[in-house]
Design a protein around this ligand. Sequence first.
Ligand code: XMP
Length: 511
Amino acid sequence: KLLILDFGSQYTQLIARRIRELNIYSEIVPFNKVPPLDDTIKGVILSGSPFSVADENALHADLSAIIGKKPVLGICYGAQYIANHYGGKVQRSEKREYGKARLKEIYRDHDPLFNGIAPGSQVWMSHGDTIMELPEQFELLADTDSIYVAAFRSEKNAFSAPVYCLQFHPEVTHSLDGAALLRNFAMDIAGCTGSWTPASFVEEKVEELSQLVGDDHVLMALSGGVDSTVAATLLHKAIGNRLHCFFVDNGLLRKNEFQEVLDSYKGMGLNIEGVDARQRFWDALAGESSPETKRKIIGRLFIEIFEEESEAHPEVSWLGQGTIYPDVIESVSVHGPSVTIKSHHNVGGLPEKLKLKIVEPLRMLFKDEVRRVGKEMGVPNHILSRHPFPGPGLGIRILGSITPEKVAMLQEADAIYINNLRKFGLYDEVWQAGTILLPVQSVGVMGDERTYEQTVALRAVNSLDGMTAEWSQLPYDFLATVSSEIINNVKGINRVVYDISTKPPATIEWE
Ligand code: XMP
């Protein structure tokens, strides 16, 4: 595998993804937490950073633990940091160089990093500092029209392992030969083999899980979402029916979802139990309209049910979770601790209280890798391609207080919306879609009658990870169909609006 030292660049995760696309396993660690470089680590990549090496609070890594030990690739700040450390000259440039550039010359014949790459190749620049002079043990590999050092490497035998540095960002797709450069580094220089595939992951992980869990039993709550389903499938392959799953109907699911998801799980052979807790949730939520309080009530009840399930299975000593890589990467925060905008996680505190050990089979995978692994194991496509759905479900899409009647109303409207997205072939074009029931009544006419009913908002967004999002530009004929179907079929709704807000500053959910 390759190790990626994160100096806080917005592109660090992208480096990891590009490496994994080569079927090479990669792992991100904070710049100041380099683990011992054992035989499994073939090379180390230093990421970019929002900092300048000249900044007082620049991030410092212990290069002596890396350089000469394994092949190293420094990218942007990583390159500047290495140049600066060994006595080169790095300067603030007049203006930040940002955007496309072309490599002018490539200087060394037969350099393995630039193998197959010709002068003129387009690269993506994003830096405020420039390397003016290289340190002694290094030699120039490439330049561009505007900068003298676009790439350099350590001289032969300067260190016991080669050091390569790029001023531009090979991980960004605008660097057209970026993937080839990363491949050359990972395979030809560091010696990775590219044998990390979904099939090999499944095989290794199943073996590892059966070793880890041994003869123990695992309890796991499933949500019908991609992550928990794929995690459970892996565990089931490893320990069979010693994996006990349950799926809770909290009364805030989509229409027919409880039965459909339960049926899918049974079809997949999982040892699953459905828990109908609708009334408990509705009772606990009655009259409550603050979003954060609703979330807390839903989270607390969920924990209660979890505790009951664990009491019903005293043989259980592990808690299975569908945590994925973006949730666990210890991010290098440049702006201090991030503020809680919405409290997302609903099961915090459970394991300590129940004295369970945690097993997280997907802890090291990105979302698309989870899907590929799921596909490899035959998880049905309708689960793998599902939109994300928040834990508190319709509870945060019914603005204000929740009643069973409002849930039923929103379920109908939501089903019409989602079914039409599928019918129009738009479901896979958007990242997430849902309906929101507004606490607003407005006047309408129906036949000869004046109506005074509620409004539903439609939301659809495109996003990579939910952190930022664009509203989806859905076709008017689609919106027209959905609007008239909802108004004609869902009693109590006489108006449909479409949400055209991006995140930020809006959020995806309304609560
Ligand atoms: P926002 O509304 O913060 O949503 O832009 C970003 C993503 O997170 C989901 N979301 C939640 N998921 N519990 C969850 O499990 C929550 O309380 C919660 N709130 C928002 C939201 O659906 C979107 O995918």
